[in-house]
Design a protein around this ligand. Structure first.
Ligand SMILES: C[S@@+](CC[C@H](N)C(=O)[O-])C[C@H]1O[C@@H](n2cnc3c(N)ncnc32)[C@H](O)[C@@H]1O
Ligand SMILES: [Zn+2]
Length: 539
C-alpha cells in the first residue's frame, strides 16, 4: 500500500444523508479487500452511518455493526436495504408531496406583478421577515421585499390546525432549549403534516426511505441555515449550508420551503438507492445492524469474526448523540447518553479508558486467531493516542502498521478554520490479534529520551522545507508510534510545544476554488527557526 492513502469524493450513496465522521469508502474498501475474503464476517463495533458494513457487503462479505446512536443504525439500515424499487419509492414520495403541498396555503407569496407565487425561501433577520425568494408563474424566480399579503399568510399559520412535532430538550450548548424552537411555526406545521403522511405508507422499505429522506432534509427546514449573503445581494436562492458542530441559530437565516427541499432530497435518495441496488445485485452475503453499546457484543460467538474495521468515536471529539438530537427526536428514537464513549472536557479519563478497553476486549474475544483489527483515528493529542493504543494493546492486539490517510473532501469551513491550520485527515492503525499483555504497554525509553527523539525528527522534517500542520502530524504520529515513543508522560500538546520551540509560522496566500467559488486562502506552514537552530549548533 502507498504511504498516504488518498480518498475519493463521496459516492451518491453517502451524499443522501449527513452523518459526522464518515470515512471515505474507497479507503475502507481497500482494507476490507486486503484483510478478508468473500463469505467472511466483518465487524464494525462503531458503525455510524454504515460505510464499513455497506462496502463489506458490496465485496461479498457478511457484515455486522453496532452503534449506540439509533439514527446511525437507521441510516445504515436504509443504506443496506436492497432491491429497492426506486421508481415506486419516488412515485409514493411525489404523491405525498403533491397532496400535502396542495393543501398547504402558507408558502404562497405576493409578487410585484400582482400574481401569487410560490416561496423557495424566506429571509429572516433578528426575528424580522425581511425578504423572500420565490417562483412566480409570470416572472419566474425572483427576490422581493415582504408585502402585507405575505405577513397575513404568516398570521394565518398561527391560527391553523396543529400536528405532532417533537418537543425534546436540546443539548446545553444549543441556542434554543427545545427541538421545536429550531423551526418557524410555518415549517413546523409543514414538517408535521408531511411526517403524518409518511407514517401512513404501507410498504415498509418505502416508508423507511421516506423517513430517511425526511431526516436528511429536516435541518434544512430549520432556522439553522444561514443566509449566503453574496447570493442574497445578487437576488438568488440564498440558502446556506448546515455544517456546524452545535445547534447554532444564526441571526440572519433562511426559512426553506419544506416541500421543495424534500422533493429534491427524494431524487437524491432514489439515486443513492439505484447505486446501492447495482452494487449489491447478486450478492449472497448479509448484514446486520445492532443498536447498542459495543461494550457488549453478546450476539457474536467467540472467534466468529474474520476482520474488524472501525472508526471509534473518541478521536474527533464529535458529540454524536447530542448532534443527532434533531433526528432522533423527529423519529421518536430513545437514546442512552450515559453509554456514549467520548473524550470531552469534564469526562473522566479513567472511565473512558475502561470503556475503550472493554470494547476491544470484546473485539478480541469475537475475532479469530491471528486476524486483523484496523482502526481509524484522528487526534492531535499524544495523551489521547497513548490512552487509545494502550487500551487496544492491553486488550490483546499487536500494532503492525500506522499510516496517515487524507480526507476526501475539503469543506470551506475546514480550510478557513484554525489560525495555525486545522489538522486534516486521520491515521489508520493495523493490529493483529495476539495475547493480552495484561499491562498497559508503554515506551521503554525515558520521557526525556522520547521527547528528544520526537524533537530531532521534527527538526529533520521541517529542515528541508516548511510544512503544514497536517503534514507534520502525519509524519510525527506514525514515527512516534512505530518507534514506540508514546511515553505516558507525554502531554497532549507535546508536538505543539516542540513546534513553538523549534519553528516559526509562515503564511502564504493561495487562490483556490472551493464549493464552486473562488476564494483567497491564507495557508500556514511551519518553518525551521534558524536562530534557534544556530543557537543549538553553538552550544
Ligand atoms: C466516528 S463515528 C463512526 C462513523 C462511521 N465510520 C461512518 O461511516 O459513519 C463513531 C460512532 O461511535 C458511536 N458510539 C459512541 N459510543 C458508542 C458505544 N458505546 N457503542 C457503540 N457505538 C458508540 C457514535 O454514535 C458514532 O456513530
Ligand atoms: Zn410575478
Amino acid at each position: 500500500m502507498p504511504d498516504v492513502i488518498h480518498a475519493q469524493r463521496h459516492a451518491k450513496r453517502y451524499e443522501s444523508h449527513k452523518y459526522w465522521g464518515r470515512k471515505p469508502a474507497n479507503v475502507i474498501r481497500q482494507y476490507i479487500a486486503q484483510y478478508s475474503r468473500p463469505g467472511d464476517l466483518v465487524l464494525d463495533p462503531f458503525c455510524g452511518s454504515g460505510v464499513t458494513l455497506f462496502e463489506a457487503l458490496a465485496l461479498g462479505r457478511n457484515a455486522v455493526g453496532y452503534d449506540l446512536n439509533p439514527v446511525a443504525c437507521f441510516i445504515s439500515e436504509n443504506l443496506l436495504a436492497r432491491e429497492v424499487d426506486t421508481l415506486a419509492f419516488q412515485k409514493t414520495g411525489e404523491a405525498i408531496i403533491k397532496r400535502v403541498a396542495e393543501a398547504f396555503p402558507y408558502y404562497k407569496v405576493g409578487c410585484t406583478c400582482g400574481n401569487v407565487g410560490n416561496l423557495v425561501n424566506a429571509v429572516w433577520q433578528d426575528g424580522q421577515y425581511l425578504a423572500k425568494y420565490y417562483d412566480c408563474p409570470r416572472c419566474g424566480y425572483k427576490m422581493a421585499a415582504v408585502t402585507p399579503f405575505d405577513r397575513q399568510i404568516l398570521e394565518q399559520v398561527a391560527l391553523s390546525e396543529t400536528v405532532w412535532y417533537p418537543q425534546n430538550e436540546l443539548p446545553p450548548n444549543a441556542d434554543a432549549r427545545y427541538v421545536h424552537e429550531l423551526f418557524t411555526p410555518r415549517n413546523l406545521l409543514a414538517l408535521g403534516l408531511l411526517l403524518q403522511e409518511i407514517k401512513e405508507v404501507q410498504d415498509e422499505t418505502s416508508r423507511n426511505l421516506l423517513l430517511y429522506t425526511f431526516t436528511a432534509n429536516v435541518a434544512f427546514a430549520a432556522r439553522l441555515i444561514p443566509v449566503n449573503e453574496k447570493r442574497f445581494r445578487q437576488g438568488r436562492n440564498c440558502s446556506g449550508v448546515w455544517g456546524f458542530k452545535r445547534f447554532w441559530l444564526p441571526h440572519f437565516h433562511v426559512e426553506n420551503n419544506v416541500f421543495r427541499y424534500f422533493r429534491n432530497r427524494l431524487a437524491r435518495t432514489a439515486a443513492a438507492k439505484a447505486e446501492t441496488n447495482g452494487l449489491l445485485a447478486g450478492r449472497q452475503a448479509t448484514a446486520k445492524v445492532i443498536n447498542r453499546s459495543a461494550t457488549c457484543l453478546a450476539e457474536l460467538a467467540d472467534e466468529s469474526v474474520d476482520f474488524i474495521l472501525t472508526d471509534p468515536p473518541f478521536g474527533d471529539m464529535i458529540p454524536y448523540l447530542d448532534l443527532s438530537t434533531l433526528w432522533n427526536a423527529w423519529l421518536q428514537f430513545g437514546v442512552d447518553p450515559a453509554a456514549e464513549i467520548l473524550i470531552a472536557p469534564g469526562r473522566d479519563e479513567q472511565n473512558y479508558y475502561h470503556q475503550v478497553l472493554t470494547v476491544f476486549q470484546e473485539c478480541r474475544r469475537v475475532l479469530k486467531e491471528g486476524r486483523f483489527l484496523v482502526v481509524a483515528f484522528n487526534h492531535k493529542g499524544l495523551r489521547a493516542w497513548h490512552l487509545l493504543l494502550g487500551a487496544i494493546r492491553q486488550a490483546g492486539f499487536t500494532l503492525q502498521e500506522c499510516l496517515p490517510a487524507q480526507d476526501g473532501e475539503v469543506s470551506f469551513t475546514q480550510t478557513t478554520s484554525g489560525a495555525k491550520g486545522a489538522l486534516r485527515g486521520y491515521f489508520i492503525y493495523v493490529f493483529q490479534k495476539s495475547q493480552p499483555s495484561g499491562v498497559e504497554a508503554g515506551a521503554s525509553l525515558s520521557l526525556a529520551e522520547a521527547r528528544a527523539r520526537i524533537e530531532g525528527e521534527l527538526v529533520n522534517f521541517v529542515a528541508g522545507r516548511p510544512r503544514s500542520l497536517t503534514e507534520i502530524y502525519h509524519h510525527l504520529i506514525p514515527f512516534t508510534v512505530n518507534h514506540n515513543l508514546l511515553h505516558e508522560g507525554l502531554a497532549d500538546n507535546t508536538i505543539e510545544r516542540l513546534l513553538e520551540k523549534r519553528c516559526r509560522l509562515v503564511t502564504q496566500e493561495e487562490s483556490r476554488v472551493i464549493e464552486g467559488e473562488r476564494a483567497s486562502l491564507k495557508s500556514y506552514y511551519w518553518a525551521l527557526d534558524e536562530a534557534v537552530a544556530g543557537e543549538n549548533r553553538l552550544s
